[in-house]
Structures are given as structure tokens and as C-alpha cells.
Write a protein of this length. Structure first.
Length: 621
């Protein structure tokens, strides 16, 4: 019980993984133990108490995919990543924000209205005069945490341990409440809304009101669950927003209503977490590695510890800002966690060694003085930095599918002076490869042919190989649909890119600047015979079963939205994000949804297709 109370007040005595393990062990030996039905912790900070009209319950959890799939049965469910934050309730009367409450023990929380007024995601007014309760998770992203640490240290406040604990801590304080401006909020529940029939409806409505919502995916088959969990693993590796698993809900609100709740959790929701293992280790040193983009990434070299069947000796620290925020340095005792096969993550500093963090002042590869952009250390010596050159060439070879040249082999080629820039690859002959250690005639011939075969490359892969920040293969495919040739894409302006559906100003500027910076490389690649091929798509030729039609997607689908949009484009159609008189079809799996897109589509008389109907049309075309 002590662990549970401290966990929910932001002052945990053990790690999340240890806490989960203890709770699981108790459940296995005493499933009816009263501690297991205890939700949260009673308010204890002295803030005004606030009773919940409807209890804020915990979630039942499982660590086994089989249990999750069995719970799913034949029902359609909605999956979301589980944000590692603190639950919050927001009350609105006639569209005006009135009160914010923490979960507390699930029945009585604390009134934190004065703190929540500082959180930008917690809207002061709704666009409609609704009287509703909005529930969600308040959290602190890694970037915001770094800014918060700076602010707290300037005020001579104690350095916080980690983002999750400081959220609970600051919400319970009476002073420095303006520090809550570094927090964010994801909405996931709406009480008091009428006309909703599905969980997807709920998310769409919350988003339409202006709230930030997490990714939500409609899952129709048990096999879909495994694929979605793999995606969440990748998001957990990203680490900007802390996710610690996934939450699944039955999509039908009628079914949710009929199932109801236990005293501890709703029966219509189930959370999934990977069985986490934690360990403590000393930081032996911090190494810094330049990427192909010049970003200098810190990696903690630690005393080897066993986690989930592997010996861990290195843990990424993400960026310079992260090192500063946690004051990471040699001699620190840190906690790391590894959940399933997810990459090991640094969690917090348990014991801080004397002194302060240190950043390198010069690039480890070329010794050029580094710059700091507010988050990352960068080497601006793009053209002459060996590490950036090597990274650029490796990225190019992956993009255009040159096989059998490993990083080690490329290093040998660069050290021998065979390759300095990416375009040098195309000037090599078989005799050059024979100079490499342990390379015989057959392999030398193969390496030469692999490189020559990559000369004729689709334009999208050519552009992707340039390694421009903010642009991936899908980005280039989208640009080619609009501008079609390399020359046109090179001359495009940021303003023109922003006009394209889905392009933000930041990525547009990165693309335009990146193309300018690589103008000389593009010229040299063309000079040595690389031929970017413009593949005439059905979109460009006006062919295909969806030619000339514009599609808008709303709600969750059984596959990622980008994949559906790609299929539409490949069949000659266009994908847009907003319904207008130019919209040909609205695609949704929620035919009776009350979303704004659905309402507008009905007003304009736009045909409404299910995902299944769209896929059938594509298969028949």
C-alpha cells in the first residue's frame, strides 16, 4: 500500500517495472486482495478536495498478447498508446472551463484549477456551449522537461528526477504554479456528450473541439493487435513523449455501457504493458557520435548489466539537451529499463556524482567547433567531416539499394582514398575493389555490378538518398505527384510546398534548404551517370480506377492512414484532409459517426464509403 500511495503522488519508492512486478505477484497469490482494488492515492498535498461525480478508475492490465486477443474476441476494438503521465479531469459549463481535478483515489481528487490554467492544451473555452467533463493525461515531453529543468534551477529549486514525477509534484504545489506551462495534455474521454455511438466518434469529437488526442487505431482482427503493438514499440524508442504500453477499448459505446465497471476498472478497457526489467549501473563515460546530418548523439557507456536476456553496455541519451536536463556525467548511478525487445532506455539518475555535465566543444570526427540549436549539438562541417560523409554514403546506398557494402567495407574504401564523396562510388572499377582486404574476384565483380545497377533509380529513391532532414520516401513520392521532375522539385519554393495538403512550414523550409545545400552533389551524381527515373504513375497519366477523384478519410481504420492514402494515389486518386465541394468520397468505418467531416459530407451530398468498399474498388480496378 505504501508503494501505491507514493507512486500516485509522484514520489515513487521503486521503479515502474518493479512496482508492476510486485502488483502482478500479489494478484497471482491473492487476486481479491484489497490493495488491488485501491485506485490512486488519497489527496495529501493540502489542496482543496474535489469529488468526482463519476469515479476515475484504474485500468486492468495484461502482459500477454494472448490474453489481450482473448479479451478482444470477435469485437472491433480501438488501440491507443498509453501515455506515462497523470490523469486529469476538466469540467466545462456552457463551453467555459470551470474546474480541474486530479484522480486522487478515484473518488476524491484535488482541485488543481489554478495550475491547469497554465497548460495550453487545456482549453479555457470550447467552440461550442457544451457542459461536459473531459478526461485525459497530463504529461511533460522530454523537450519541455529540459526547459522546465532550466527554469527550476534558475529559481534555485531542486533538480527534478524525471518528467512523470515532476508533473505530480508541481500539480500538488501551492507555489511556482506557472511552471505548469511546460506540461501538455492528451484528451481520451468525454462525459456528457450525446449522439456518440463509438469510441472513434469520441476521439473525433474531442479533436474537433480543439483537444490534442493520441493516435487511435481501429482493430478488427486479433492479428491486427500484434502489428499495432510493434508500431507502439517504435514510438517508445522515440522517447519524446513517454509511452509505457497501450490501451484498448471496445469500439461500441453501447457494449461499453452494458459491460460497466468493477470497483477498480472498466470491463470494456484493457491496458497492455511489456514486462519490464530494470537495472542500476554506473556510467563509465559518455561518448558522442556524429550522424550523417551532423547531429552529435550522446551514448552512455555503462558497466554491463543483464536485462531481458541481453548484456547491456550502452544506453542512448538522445541529445545534448537530455544530458543537460539530467546533469548526466561519469560516475552517475542510473536506472535503465528494457521492456520486451524494446531498446534499453535511460530512466533517471539515482545517485549523482560530484560535478556538472560536460559537452564536447569540437566534433569528435573532424574537430570543427560545434554549435547548439537549443536541443542538439551539431557539426556544421558537412562537406569535409568524415563521419558525415560516411553516414551520407551509407544512407545513399540503403536508399538506392546497393548491397554488400557494409560500414566496415566503406571505411576501408575511404581510408584507401577510393571514395571521398558519394558520387565517387560510380567511378570505381573491378580492380579498385580487388585492392580491398579479403576481396576476391567474384566479390569485386559483384560489388561493381551492384553499384552500376543503382545508376537507374526511381526519382523518389534518388531524392530520399540525399538524406534531407524532415523528408522521407513518402514525402518525395508526394512531391513527385505534384511536380513530377527533378528540375521542378529543385526549383520549388517553401510557399508552394506549404500549399500541398499535409506539408507544414518547418518541413517545407527544411526540404527547400536541403535541396539547395545538395545542389552540387546532385550535379555530380548526374555527371557520373546516375539516372533518376520519373515513373509515370496513374495519378500523372489520369488513369486508374480512382482517377480524378478526391478522397477524405475520417476515423480510425484497420491499417495506417498513410497506407490507405498511398493506395488511393497509386490508383489515380487524390487524398485530402478536409471535406469540401471538391471532395468525391468520404471514407470511414463509422457510418453513423457524428464527426464534423461526416456532417459536412452529408450536407454536401458526398458519397460515403467504408474501408472495405474502397479496397474492393481498388482490387477490381
Amino acid at each position: 500500500m505504501t508503494y501505491k500511495k507514493q507512486y500516485y503522488t509522484g514520489k515513487p519508492l521503486v521503479s515502474d517495472a518493479v512496482y508492476d512486478k510486485l502488483e502482478q505477484e500479489l494478484r497471482s497469490v491473492s487476486p481479491q486482495h484489497p490493495v488491488l482494488s485501491y485506485v490512486g492515492a488519497a489527496p495529501s498535498t493540502g489542496a482543496p478536495k474535489a469529488t468526482h461525480d463519476m469515479p476515475m478508475l484504474s485500468l486492468n492490465k495484461t502482459y500477454r498478447i494472448e490474453d489481450l486477443q482473448s479479451w478482444m474476441g470477435e469485437e472491433t476494438i480501438v488501440g491507443t498508446p498509453k501515455v506515462d503521465g497523470n490523469s486529469l479531469s476538466l469540467l466545462y459549463e456552457n463551453g467555459v472551463f470551470k474546474q480541474a481535478k486530479t484522480r486522487g483515489d478515484g473518488r476524491v481528487g484535488e482541485d488543481v484549477t489554478d495550475k491547469v490554467l497554465w497548460i495550453a492544451d487545456c482549453l479555457p473555452r470550447l467552440p461550442k456551449d457544451l457542459t461536459i467533463e473531459v478526461r485525459g493525461e497530463v504529461y511533460c515531453s522530454q523537450h519541455q522537461f529540459a526547459l522546465l529543468v532550466d527554469d527550476m534551477l534558475e529559481r534555485n529549486l531542486e533538480r527534478p528526477n524525471n518528467p512523470r514525477n515532476i508533473v505530480a509534484g508541481l500539480l500538488g504545489r501551492k507555489v511556482h504554479i506557472d511552471l505548469c506551462r511546460y506540461f501538455n495534455f492528451f484528451a481520451f474521454e468525454a462525459i456528457g456528450l450525446t449522439g456518440l455511438k463509438t469510441e472513434v466518434d469520441k476521439f473525433e469529437t474531442l479533436h474537433g473541439l480543439g483537444f490534442s488526442v493520441v493516435d487511435h487505431r481501429l482493430l478488427k482482427k486479433p492479428k491486427d493487435v500484434e502489428g499495432y503493438l510493434e508500431e507502439i514499440k517504435q514510438w517508445m524508442d522515440d522517447d519524446e513523449v513517454a509511452y509505457d504500453g497501450a490501451v484498448f477499448s471496445y469500439n461500441s459505446l453501447a457494449l461499453q455501457q452494458s459491460l460497466g465497471n468493477t470497483s477498480h476498472h472498466p470491463r470494456f478497457k484493457l491496458s497492455f504493458k511489456w514486462q519490464g526489467m530494470t537495472a542500476q549501473s554506473l556510467v563509465k563515460r559518455i561518448d558522442w557520435f556524429p550522424s550523417r546530418l551532423g547531429i552529435i548523439t550522446p551514448v552512455a557507456v555503462i558497466e554491463g548489466v543483464a536485462l531481458s536476456g541481453a548484456t547491456i553496455t550502452n544506453v542512448t541519451l538522445h541529445n545534448a539537451e537530455h544530458v543537460k536536463a539530467y546533469n548526466l556525467k561519469q560516475g552517475d548511478l542510473i536506472e535503465i529499463v528494457r521492456s520486451g525487445e524494446v531498446i534499453p532506455k535511460f530512466m533517471q539518475v539515482l545517485e549523482s556524482a560530484p560535478g556538472n555535465y560536460q559537452w564536447p566543444t569540437n566534433c569528435p570526427s573532424c574537430k570543427t567547433p560545434l554549435t547548439f540549436d537549443g536541443v542538439r549539438l551539431k557539426c556544421e562541417n558537412r562537406d569535409a567531416c568524415p563521419a558525415q560523409r560516411s553516414g551520407f554514403i551509407l544512407n545513399w546506398m540503403r536508399a538506392v539499394e546497393v548491397e554488400d557494402i557494409s560500414e566496415k567495407r566503406l571505411d576501408q574504401m575511404m581510408q584507401m582514398g577510393l571514395v571521398e564523396h558519394v558520387y565517387d562510388l560510380y567511378t570505381l572499377n573491378v580492380s579498385d575493389f580487388l585492392r580491398l582486404p579479403s576481396t576476391k574476384d567474384k566479390m569485386a565483380e559483384k560489388l561493381y555490378k551492384n553499384i552500376q545497377a543503382s545508376k537507374n533509380v526511381p526519382l523518389a529513391k534518388f531524392l530520399n538518398g540525399l538524406g534531407i532532414e524532415g523528408a522521407g520516401l513518402r514525402t518525395w513520392e508526394k512531391l513527385i505527384e505534384h511536380f513530377q521532375t527533378l528540375e521542378s522539385i529543385q526549383s520549388v519554393s517553401a510557399e508552394a510546398l506549404i500549399e500541398i495538403d499535409g506539408f507544414a512550414e518547418k518541413s517545407a523550409l527544411q526540404i527547400v534548404e536541403g535541396l539547395k545545400e545538395r545542389k552540387a552533389i546532385i550535379k555530380q551524381l548526374l555527371k557520373v551517370g546516375v539516372n533518376p527515373i520519373v515513373q509515370k504513375s496513374k495519378f500523372a497519366t489520369g488513369e486508374g480506377p480512382l482517377a480524378g477523384q478526391q478522397f477524405v478519410i475520417t476515423g480510425a481504420l484497420s491499417m495506417p492512414r498513410e497506407q490507405i492514402e498511398r493506395l488511393i494515389r497509386e490508383a489515380g486518386g487524390k487524398a485530402s484532409t478536409s471535406v469540401s465541394k471538391n471532395t468525391s468520397v468520404l471514407v470511414t468505418n463509422e457510418g453513423d459517426s457524428g464527426s464534423s467531416k461526416m456532417k459536412k459530407a452529408k450536407e454536401l451530398g458526398i458519397p460515403i464509403w467504408t474501408e472495405e468498399a474502397l479496397l474492393k474498388m481498388l482490387s477490381e480496378g
